[in-house]
Design a protein around this ligand. Structure first.
Ligand code: URA
Length: 432
């Protein structure tokens, strides 16, 4: 078999066999297929697409290209969630303890933030002492003991994606449905959970800008996950406006704690929907009953206790959860106030995410350090009526002299109007 023939077949619109796809993925990983052939293959897939059978095979071959986590000792109680990424999206910090408090086992590997989106690992590391680098036996013991463990991506998992993603990133081949699907799903499948619920974001801060595009991706990922033997659901949720009010690592932990202690907002709604869908699939409950149980877990305080149990067992100082005022503040606060009366008609989530990078809360490049205390608290969001002088948001930073840049960036991200904007759904659909 030759890489050339596989590229040619795909370039001409042919459907590749299982054997051809596995030959290609293995060759990319062992180095026998050079980058220039791998990128030609990616471009051919970009233009010609893949059948569902090809995408299942590509996903499976990528998943098996490295270590696969074995969670079989926990039976069918293992669950996972994945968000396609957004701004202010701290749902994992809320969903994990809710489902953990119901007896489900969440063994999660999360990523770091890059560009305008945040990452769960960075948020957790803002809690002093929290360890995101547990070795695999300690990771599994933690799941056994507390039901929840969240660590960074470790070792040699899905090396095929590391190679292919870095090539896609520089060859304009990221936005291809079979390539995105296989990239995301190979990592989720390798992490081993029996039930996987996806949060596919749509809007200005999301990878998929329209609900229609998000639906295509969500349907494909659900189909591939099911074909690989997992219980699957995907929610299509809004990321046109940041989720919740807090953006930035320690600030997001504080908001997650507030939600687990009873704050009701959009963040609570999306977290509850994700947790309910996980519980419904894994415990085989009707969705309404699953929702009721998740709601009770929050209202009884069981979910917050589970958060402390999880964070404390992973080395985190739980005093910061009991009293979030212990988180060290940033050096400077910048108040952003309304210049006129009116409505907030749009908030560009991506621009607000990038504003937080300017504040020190995120990374431009992988190797950049971040300031856990930096970020933004929104006092007003899309649809809110504001009066001249009202506090719209407070920016937190320890970088001197960025006030003018931040004011200008906020001005570009937020649009005002005289009339109330049309309200968009928070949850567009659930696909299962
Ligand atoms: N996230 C991933 O992990 N892979 C993609 O291809 C796109 C987004």
């Amino acid at each position: 078999m030759k890489a050339y023939d596989i590229i040619l077949k795909k370039r001409n619109g042919g459907a590749l066999t299982d054997e051809e796809i596995r030959f290609f993925v293995n060759g990319v990983v062992d180095g026998s297929i050079p980058d220039y052939q791998a990128t030609a293959f990616l471009m051919a897939v970009y233009f010609r697409g893949m059948t569902d059978e090809e995408t299942v095979c590509l996903t499976d071959a990528m998943m098996r290209s490295g270590d696969v986590v074995d969670l079989s000792r926990f039976g069918k109680l293992t669950v996972d969630k994945h968000s396609t990424g957004g701004v202010g999206d701290k749902t994992s910090l809320i969903v994990a303890p809710i489902v953990g408090s119901l007896g489900l086992k969440l063994a999660k590997m999360s990523g770091r933030g890059l560009g305008h989106t945040g990452g769960t690992v960075d948020k957790l590391e803002s809690i002093p002492g929290y360890r995101t680098d547990l070795p695999s036996d300690a990771f599994l013991k933690q799941v056994e003991k507390t039901n929840v463990a969240v660590i960074g991506q470790t070792g040699n998992m899905v090396p095929a994606d590391k190679i292919l993603y870095s090539l896609r990133d520089v060859t304009a081949t990221v936005d291809s449905i079979p390539l995105i699907t296989s990239s995301i799903m190979s990592k989720k499948l390798a992490a081993g959970a029996h039930t996987i619920v996806l949060d596919v974001k749509t809007g200005s801060g999301a990878f998929m800008k329209t609900p229609a595009d998000a639906r295509v991706l969500a349907e494909k990922m659900v189909l591939i996950g099911k074909a690989c033997g997992r219980k699957m659901a995907a929610l299509i949720t809004d990321m046109d406006t940041p989720l919740g009010t807090h953006i930035g690592n320690a600030l997001e932990v504080q908001e997650a704690v507030a939600v687990l202690k009873g704050r009701k907002n959009d963040l609570f709604e999306v977290s509850l929907a994700l947790a309910s869908n996980i519980a419904s699939l894994a415990l085989e409950l009707p969705i309404e009953e699953a929702k009721e149980r998740c709601l009770r877990a929050v209202e009884s305080g069981a979910a917050f206790e589970k958060m402390k149990d999880w964070i404390g067992s992973q080395g985190g100082d739980v005093r910061f959860l009991d009293d979030t005022s212990l988180f060290p503040p940033a050096k400077y606060e910048i108040e952003l106030r309304a210049e006129n009366d009116g409505y907030i008609s749009h908030m560009d989530a991506e621009k607000l995410g990038l504003l937080c990078v300017e504040l020190g809360a995120g990374r431009r490049r992988k190797e950049d350090a971040i300031d856990f205390s930096a970020g933004l608290i929104l006092n007003a969001k899309t649809g809110d009526k504001v009066q001249k002088g009202d506090l719209l948001a407070t920016a937190y930073t320890s970088i001197e002299g960025v006030e003018d840049v931040i004011r200008a960036a906020y001005g570009r991200a937020v649009t005002f109007s005289d009339t109330a904007p049309e309200q968009k759904p928070l949850i567009y659909d659930v696909i299962s």
